[in-house]
Design a protein around this ligand. Structure first.
Ligand code: HXC
Length: 258
């Protein structure tokens, strides 16, 4: 399948890579790009050969936000009928791990895309920001809700109200990213991690992601109930029997996703 705004690469070891590819617009997220990312993730969800996806903007820039030129054409009714929230939801619904590899700017919708990733590896020159305030708008793809839950009130308020960017080290301290590496290592490190995750039992990985994300949006008792149900369900999988048997027999497990 060929796409106009992204490249995809099926690597070995169960990892698919999506590279945003609008260099002329600093990978600004227009509707087509969002829909292409969502299409690829939906396909990847159904493909049992894929265990994790890496999403990157390449070596120079992750994404400079929503496409401002496209956005400029929309009035309030246009924004209300916009397809973009639908595509963001489709991206959020991807059930397998999504690993972000971020170099350069991750601004506005780009920073929100970072927050749709389950794990983020940042190059040490990456910059994160929610500069929407400078355009007379506010973040519109979860940036007010996910940012404050992720980095806490002081930094989220500072970023959203002032539009100031933060560097990779600050993003690391604030838990927006999991690791900071030299920029040349960002994509490679994201791949390594994705391949490791793709080698794990896929049903357990999927239920772990679901349970972890639930913690963002539910009370403790409901979250613990979900965890217990997922834990119980896993007792019925062949992979759980295989994992335990392999441990007992001191051999490597062979997981089948069943
Ligand atoms: C459309 C964009 C763009 C964007 C950059 N470009 N960001 N086009 N939408 N978000 C284009 C520029 O118009 C220019 O093309 C080219 O990319 C290079 O940008 P420059 O500004 O010339 O580069 P530079 O001086 O290096 O500055 C880079 C930058 C700056 C700091 C990233 O471009 C910038 O501030 N961009 C806007 C960032 C932003 O406000 N993002 C939030 C968007 S709103 P031309 O052809 O003109 O030379 C948002 C809302 C999300 O994300 C809501 C949910 C979906």
């Amino acid at each position: 399948m060929t796409y106009q705004t992204i490249n995809t690469q099926s690597a070995t070891k169960g990892v698919l890579t999506i590279t945003l590819n609008r260099p002329e617009a600093f990978n600004a997220l227009n509707t087509l790009l969002l829909s292409e990312v969502a299409d690829v993730l939906e396909q990847a969800d159904k493909d049992s050969d894929i265990g994790a996806v890496v999403i990157t903007g390449g070596p120079k820039v992750f994404a400079a936000g929503a496409d401002i030129k496209e956005m400029a054409a929309l009035d309030a009714v246009g924004v209300m009928n916009d397809d973009r929230p639908k595509h963001w939801r489709r991206i959020y619904q991807f059930s397998k791990p999504l690993i972000g590899a971020v170099n350069g700017y991750a601004l506005g919708g780009g920073c929100e895309l970072v927050m749709h990733c389950d794990i983020v590896i940042a190059g040490d020159s990456a910059l994160f920001g929610q500069p929407e305030i400078n355009l007379g708008i506010i973040p519109g793809a979860g940036g007010t809700q996910r940012l404050i839950r992720t980095v806490g009130k002081p930094l989220a308020m500072k970023m959203v109200l002032s539009g100031e960017m933060i560097d990779a080290q600050t993003a690391l301290q604030a838990n927006l990213v999991a690791e900071v590496v030299i920029p040349e290592r960002t994509i490679e490190r994201a791949h390594e991690l994705a391949a490791k995750i793709a080698s794990k039992p896929p049903i357990a990985v999927r239920l772990a992601k679901e349970a972890l994300l639930k913690a963002f949006e539910t009370d403790l008792e409901s979250g613990l109930n979900l965890e217990r149900k997922a834990f119980t369900l896993l007792a019925a999988t062949e992979d759980r029997n295989e994992g335990i048997a392999a441990f007992m027999e001191k051999r490597k497990p062979e997981f089948k996703g069943r």
